[in-house]
Structures are given as C-alpha cells and as structure tokens.
Design a protein around this ligand. Structure first.
Ligand code: GLY
Length: 426
C-alpha cells in the first residue's frame, strides 16, 4: 500500500512513525515532511493549497490512501477532490472541516443541537460588538471567525480590550478570517482535549490529553501552538469522560442530520466547568502536539484504524491502549511564538532516543543535503516519553531533553507536573 501524508510538523512525524510501524508495511510519502519523516518516508513537495494538483499527483503516483494532517488542506476541499476521484482519504470534506474553519458555524451548530458550550454572539460590525459587550461584560473572549494560525483569540479582561480586539479583527488584522468575529463567554476550569476517530457513524474516542498553550512555565507568557502535552488526564473522571464522549457523538450526529457526513478525527477542545464539560472549540484533525502522546500509547495498528475510517467501516475496529502514560516536551526556537531565526544545527537526538520509552518527533527541522539537521521552524522537536507513571515519564523526557542541543533552544520545565500531582504521585 502506498500512503501520502500531508503536513510537515511533529503531528505528521508521529503519524508517519505509526504508519511505518504497521504490520502491513506500507510505503509512505510525506508532503512536505521534515527532517524526521525523511528518515522513515519519502519527503515530496506538493503544494497543499491546491487540491487539484494533489489529486493529480496522487493519481500519477498510484497512491492508495491519503492522510491529511493540518486544517488548511481540509478547509479548501482536498478530501472532496480525492473522494471524487475514488481515493480513500482520512480527513473530512470541506463542509465538515468548516467546524474548525468557522467558529460562528461551530457555535451555531452547537446552539441548534443543544451541545454544551459558552454563550456567544456572532458579530459583523464594531457597533454590534460594542452593544453586545456592554450587555455581556468581561472577562470575555474575542475570536476571529476563520483560521488565523492560532493567533485569532483574545481573552479580554475588560470590555475596552475586547472591543479593541474585535475592531482589529473587523478592520482586517487577520485578513478575511476576521471579517466575522465571535464574542463568547469566558469559561472557567481546566482545559482538556478529547479526540475521536469517526467515519460519520461510529465514534471511537482516544485518551484525554492536556496541551500547554502558554510559552513559559506556570502558564505564563504568550499563547503558542502548544509547548507540551500529556495523556491521559488524571483530573478527568469517568463521568466527565462519558459526557465528553457523548458530546462528540452528538456533534457527529448533528452534522449528519444536516447532511454533512464527517469522517476523520473530530477534536473536541473542552473546558471542565463546574457545570460539566463544555466545548471551547472543535478541530477537524489530529491535534498538535496531542498526537505526539496519543499515537505512542495506541496499541492498535494505526493503518487499520485510518483505513477503516476512510472506508466507513470503523465499527470493525476496537481501539486498544497501553497502560502507560505519556509526556511530550516541545523544544522551540529562541523568540517563538514571536520572530525567530532558523538554520541552527541540532545535535543529540540519537543519544536522546536511546533512553527507554523516548521518541523524538521532529517538527521544524530540515535535513540538509550534507546530512546536517538544522532548525526550520518555531517548534523544532517534541520529546515524548512513555512510562508507567507521570514521574517516570517526566524524568525520561527531561533526561532526553538534556541530550539535545541547538542554539537558542527554549522549553517549559513543568510539562506533566500537573498530571503528576493530580495522579497523587507528587
Ligand atoms: N493542540 C492544539 C491544536 O492542535 O490545535
């Protein structure tokens, strides 16, 4: 079987790693891939903005399955184009990916189907924003409706700050993504991601995971794409897990009832409020860095799961998970999430990978023709460790981090600490 994986981050390196380990021994291509996928798959360069070009490449290269990692190719209809050509594809079509591509669509869907989420208003002008804010007060959250590379969210502590954020978005700061703005209730409680495989009928939840969005220890500093993650999440009890699963099932059923078949991963970003889990947002894909802890814990052959999902026979699959826990630490370039420089030589990955339970996933790395591995992005590496306890997983992960070096390397030192305390290991 010949598989094409679209994307080039740590998530895609984790996907490629699991696919290559499949007992079906597929041949894997990755576009654009990174320095890590280069060692396992053939990196190719196909523009992910053009579904027609991807479909043509897939046909010419006799690809049997396409796995779409990031949201951008999903929202522009890559899965639609491939499905039209009869190619099995893992990832929703554009109508389903709209659940991530438009926050207003997601909120309206939840309202129509009584899915628990915070109160909100969809805003098209500054006057509407001012009127709603005077009614709703602060703290409050302002979001650009469309995809804004994770930068379109402002948690405002005053209505003035919220109005400024709404005005900036409406004035074009995020381009077309901010032409519509969603202002929503600030929900209080721990954040938790629950991802599920679904073929539009069957919904198979993964383990709960917890991302660390802020740049610095203690959840200080600016928001990032994620600086580390762990799974499972000890603060999630059985009742909360069941409620989150029920919400994901209800969401898939809601889409189905509106003639939107949804297939791939449905990612629920939840806040565990005092009134139960509420949806903060949906993503239409695997999370990054959540995938870098979920896939190492998955015992079931990933290729069987993605193929069954793509072919609408997910009911045949039962997911099996290791008893272990996983912690992943993101190593980032100096200055990230602001501006940073690239091209820094990376050393020590081989030594880090020798530590029991450790896998180093590449995100922003590039293998130069002379064999030198250099940084090529903000988030550079994800050092994942699995172990029976969070204390051991953290010890392994941070011992591995000590082995790795590149100029300006920055990382959080508290990834998994909350889990360790909540699990009673502290
Ligand atoms: N971990 C956040 C995301 O994947 O969007």
């Amino acid at each position: 079987m010949r598989i094409l994986v679209l994307g080039g981050g740590g998530r895609e390196h984790a996907i490629v790693t699991s696919l290559v380990a499949s007992e079906h021994a597929p041949e894997v291509f990755c576009s654009p891939g990174n320095g890590g996928t280069a060692a396992l798959a053939t990196n190719v360069s196909i523009t992910d903005a053009d579904p027609a070009y991807i479909a043509e490449w897939v046909e010419v290269n006799k690809i049997d399955l396409v796995v779409i990692g990031p949201e951008a190719p999903l929202v522009v209809g890559t899965a639609d184009m491939l499905a039209f050509d009869g190619v099995p594809v893992f990832g929703p079509k554009a109508a389903g990916a709209h659940i991530e591509g438009s926050k207003a669509f997601a909120k309206d869907l939840m309202e129509r189907h009584a899915i628990p989420t915070g109160g909100y208003r969809v805003i098209y002008s500054e006057d509407e924003a001012a009127a709603y804010l005077s009614e709703a007060g602060a703290p409050i959250v302002v979001k650009a409706d469309g995809l804004a590379a994770g930068k379109g969210v402002t948690v405002a502590t005053s209505t003035e700050e919220a109005l400024n954020a709404a005005r900036a978005a409406l004035d074009g700061y995020f381009g077309p993504a901010g032409e519509t703005v969603v202002i929503e209730e600030f929900l209080e409680g721990p954040e938790c991601s629950l991802l599920a495989f679904t073929d539009g009928e069957t919904v198979l939840p993964m383990l709960a995971a917890q991302d660390h969005k802020r740049a610095f220890d203690g959840d200080e500093g600016p928001n990032t794409g994620g600086m580390g993650v762990y799974a499972p999440v000890p603060v999630v009890d059985k009742a909360q897990m069941a409620q989150m699963v029920a919400i994901l099932e209800k969401t898939v059923a809601a889409l189905h009832s509106e003639n939107i078949p949804y297939s791939g991963v449905l990612y629920g970003g939840f806040i565990l409020t005092a009134d139960g889990p509420k949806v903060l947002e949906y993503n239409a894909r695997f999370g990054d860095p959540e995938t870098q802890v979920l896939l190492p814990l998955l015992k079931t052959d990933l290729l069987d799961v993605v193929l069954a999902t793509a072919q609408g026979r997910l009911h045949e699959i039962e997911l099996e998970w290791r008893e272990d826990v996983a912690v992943s630490v993101v190593l980032a370039s100096d200055g990230y999430p602001g501006s940073y420089t690239t091209g820094k030589v990376i050393t020590g990955i081989e030594e880090a990978s020798k530590i029991d339970g450790v896998t180093v996933y590449h995100a922003g790395t590039q293998l130069r023709p002379d064999g030198t591995l250099v940084t090529s992005g903000g988030r550079v590496l994800n050092v994942t460790a699995i172990a029976p306890t969070f204390a051991e997983a953290r010890e392994r992960a941070y011992r591995a981090v000590e082995c790795v070096s590149f100029e300006g390397m920055q990382y959080r030192t508290d990834i998994g600490l909350r889990a360790l305390m909540a699990a009673g290991e502290g």
